[in-house]
Design a protein. Structure first.
Ligand code: 5RP
Length: 217
């Protein structure tokens, strides 16, 4: 099974978690796109969606799936999104698609976060994938220096602006021994909008598409 088929089967398995009348938080990226395509088939069953990016909102709307504003809804029962890396503890690196801030907001607002991914995303330790950090533009150099102090090598994601009008630093070669502590440490730096570590609020379920079918962690 190709990586894309693994993503699709994981996304389709996540549909089982969607209940009648749910408002569904929807992530961003190629795996989330498979979920959106599967959601189209049951769109009459749900009350609406909360999108984690403009791209996701556009795809949902193109399928005739209603997109709502997070501030207008009370609670969010479920959020479904992909990841760049996931551990067995369900700690994640996200933000390869640059949507990490809205993804973290929707994840935080959700009762249940279902992460969907292909087999290649499961790792023993986070950090082979460069850690995305969304930064207010005026703080770029200062935050880059802070990332060097933490042992990383920051690179500006060129030609990219987030949906919130900010930049992304991709930080290579960080030694992420304690994802919860590192998330706290980077979060509190002035100028950082969001770090792409999802460990304080990780996933609740990981559905991993593999050669042998979808595995649940
Ligand atoms: C976007 C994300 C994505 O979930 C992550 O990059 C995985 O993408 P894909 O499903 O295309 O492999 O965090 O900001």
């Amino acid at each position: 099974m190709s990586p894309n088929d693994q993503k699709r089967t994981a996304a389709e398995a996540a549909i089982e978690y969607v209940q009648s009348g749910d408002i569904v938080g929807v992530g961003t990226g190629s795996t989330a796109n498979y979920f959106i395509d599967a959601l189209k088939e049951i769109k009459g069953k749900i009350d609406g969606t909360i999108a984690s990016s403009e791209a996701t909102a556009d795809r949902l709307k193109s399928h005739g799936i209603p997109v709502m504003n997070l501030s207008e809804v009370g609670g969010l029962p479920i959020y479904v999104d992909g990841a760049d890396e996931a551990t067995h503890n369900l700690h994640l690196i996200k933000g390869g698609g640059g949507a990490l801030t809205r993804e973290k907001i929707v994840a935080h607002a959700s009762e249940k976060f279902i992460c969907i991914a292909d087999q290649s995303k499961l790792v023993d330790r986070l950090g082979a994938f460069p850690l995305p950090v969304e930064v207010i533009p005026m703080a770029q150099s200062m935050i880059a220096r802070e990332m060097v102090k933490l042992g990383g090598q920051p690179e500006l994601r060129t030609g990219f602006t987030t949906d919130n009008g900010n930049i992304i630093l991709d930080v290579y070669n960080l030694d992420i021994q304690n994802p919860v502590e590192l998330e706290r440490q980077i979060n509190q730096l002035p100028g950082v909008v969001t770090v792409g570590l999802f460990a304080i609020r990780g996933a609740d379920v990981l559905l991993l598409g593999t050669q042998d079918g979808v595995k649940k962690y």
